[in-house]
Design a protein around this ligand. Structure first.
Ligand code: CA
Length: 242
């Protein structure tokens, strides 16, 4: 099992090679990019644990890439790789939400220590939610079905199950449509119709509606001009979290 997946965005071949080799030797799975445009595509993909980001890059500036990562994946850890004497960029990067920085030239040991420290600090991932309670019903995500004592089972599509799992797994915050597209559909959100998300949410709400009793609160909340959030109507039984 790899220790985690890291994206390395660095245009200087010798530095990139050194960083990639050091990470792979330590057990990380690594994908690399030599310019900002490709780097950004990789950095917002699903299943990325950390991004190492150079700032002076061809095709797209590192700070622009950072802004896009923050927009799509607000909590994704990013470490900036910076040259000596570019304090201003470094400060801007940290203000824009980078987690840490390393000044070139750096040793493999120093870099690995920073990577591990940031990964440790990053909140542990939510355990995969399998069972959700809704009113008197139960949503079983592994079987993709909603069970209700007094009625037949209702099936969920794969996308609906993944949407629910992602919303409930991140239930302490609102999730943007772009993030849902990236994380649930696994596609680069740019240029894609975010209406796709709205349509699926509408269908999901319709399915959940008959399972909520009149007094039970909303299952999915719309967060205006941002996206969606798991509502108080969905609850994860503690003993069933695996
Ligand atoms: Ca560079």
């Amino acid at each position: 099992m790899p220790k985690g997946r890291i994206i390395v965005v660095e245009d200087e071949p010798a530095i990139r090679r050194g960083v990639v080799d050091a990470l792979r030797l330590t057990g990380y799975e690594v994908s690399e990019a030599a310019d900002g445009a490709i780097g950004q595509q990789l950095a917002v993909q699903a299943n990325v644990d950390l991004v190492l980001l150079d700032l002076l890059l061809p095709r797209k500036d590192g700070l622009e890439v950072l802004a896009e990562i923050r927009r799509v994946c607000p909590t994704r850890p990013v470490i900036i790789l910076t040259a000596r004497g570019t304090e201003e960029d470094r400060v801007r990067g940290l203000k824009m939400g980078a987690d840490d920085y390393v000044v070139k030239p750096f040793s493999a040991r120093e870099l690995l220590a920073r990577v591990e420290a940031v990964l440790r600090r990053t909140l542990p991932r939510e355990p995969d939610v399998r069972i959700i309670k809704i009113g008197k019903g139960t949503i079983d995500l592994s079987r993709r079905e909603i069970r209700w004592p007094a009625a037949d089972r209702q099936e969920l599509s794969e996308t609906e199950a993944l949407l629910l799992q992602y919303l409930v797994g991140n239930r302490t915050r609102a999730v943007s449509r772009e993030e849902l597209l990236t994380r649930v559909w696994g596609v680069d959100a740019q240029g894609l119709e975010t209406r796709t998300v709205d349509m699926h949410i509408a269908r999901l709400r319709a399915k959940l509606k008959e399972f909520t009793c009149e007094e039970s609160p909303e299952a999915i909340i719309t967060v205006r001009s941002h996206g969606y959030m798991a509502g108080p109507g969905l609850c994860v039984p503690v003993e069933k979290v695996t």
